[in-house]
Design a protein around this ligand. Structure first.
Ligand code: UP5
Ligand code: MG
Length: 190
């Protein structure tokens, strides 16, 4: 039983644009709960469920996991939290994802953060990262970038047209990027 309607920010941007890095800072500074859709899916893979095997294959191919799977994981995380402020990182990745979320949750995000990063910078960051992610290789990354452009950018454009997007220049030191993010989040506080 929830006392408050959740306050939700979608955090969007391409692979390696710095969504996770900045979400950690926002969560720490402003008390949001950080829900990375990718992390929720990777946790499901680790659970060795039948669903996990399908998710693993999808992620290896850089494709988008069926909306009902991802929305269900996000919904459960929101509903089991005592917090009411959420960053949903890396979701929705397609118009289909967006529509499924809005239908199942009966809510739109309060605002959207969009980390705008040139492709060559994203490639450099992802290929330098060394966390053993099955999708951090050049072949999968090329597919992720294609899917980002064809399916995720339309979602960003949808929310741009609604005036909900805060676009951030994602190139530069992490701390300087957070200096752009901080006043945006502050403007929604209190
Ligand atoms: N880094 C961060 N900031 C930096 C800076 N300012 N300067 C230099 N380096 C910086 O950062 C990436 C790397 O860059 C790190 O090494 C970091 O230290 C460094 P990070 O903050 O991790 O970027 P992020 O945008 O979070 O990159 P990530 O790779 O996580 O983004 P993706 O959107 O590709 O990955 P995600 O985990 O969201 O999704 C993975 C896959 O899951 C998808 O491809 C898809 O197959 C599946 N998925 C779905 O199907 N549905 C979903 O809803 C979500 C995911
Ligand atoms: Mg991430």
């Amino acid at each position: 039983s929830r006392e408050k309607v959740p306050f939700i920010s979608f955090v969007l941007g391409g692979p390696g644009s710095g969504k996770g890095t900045q979400c950690a800072k926002i969560a720490h500074t402003f008390g949001f709960t950080h829900l990375s859709a990718g992390d929720l899916l990777r946790t499901e893979i680790s659970s060795n469920s039948e669903k996990g095997a399908v998710i693993l294959e999808t992620i290896k191919q850089g494709k988008i996991v069926p909306s009902e799977v991802t929305v269900d994981l996000i919904r459960r995380a929101i509903e089991s939290s005592k917090n009411h402020k959420f960053l949903i990182d890396g979701f929705p990745r397609s118009e289909e994802n967006r529509i499924a979320f809005e239908k199942i949750m009966g809510a739109e995000p309060n605002f959207v953060l969009y980390f705008d990063c040139p492709e060559e910078e994203m490639v450099k960051r992802v290929l330098c990262r060394n966390e053993g992610r099955v999708d951090d290789n050049i072949d999968t990354l090329k597919k992720r970038l294609k899917i980002y452009e064809s399916l995720n950018l339309p979602v960003i454009n949808y929310y741009l047209a609604k005036g909900k997007v805060h676009k951030i220049n994602a190139v530069g030191p992490e701390e300087e990027i957070f200096e752009q993010v901080h006043p945006i989040i502050s403007s929604y506080e209190g």
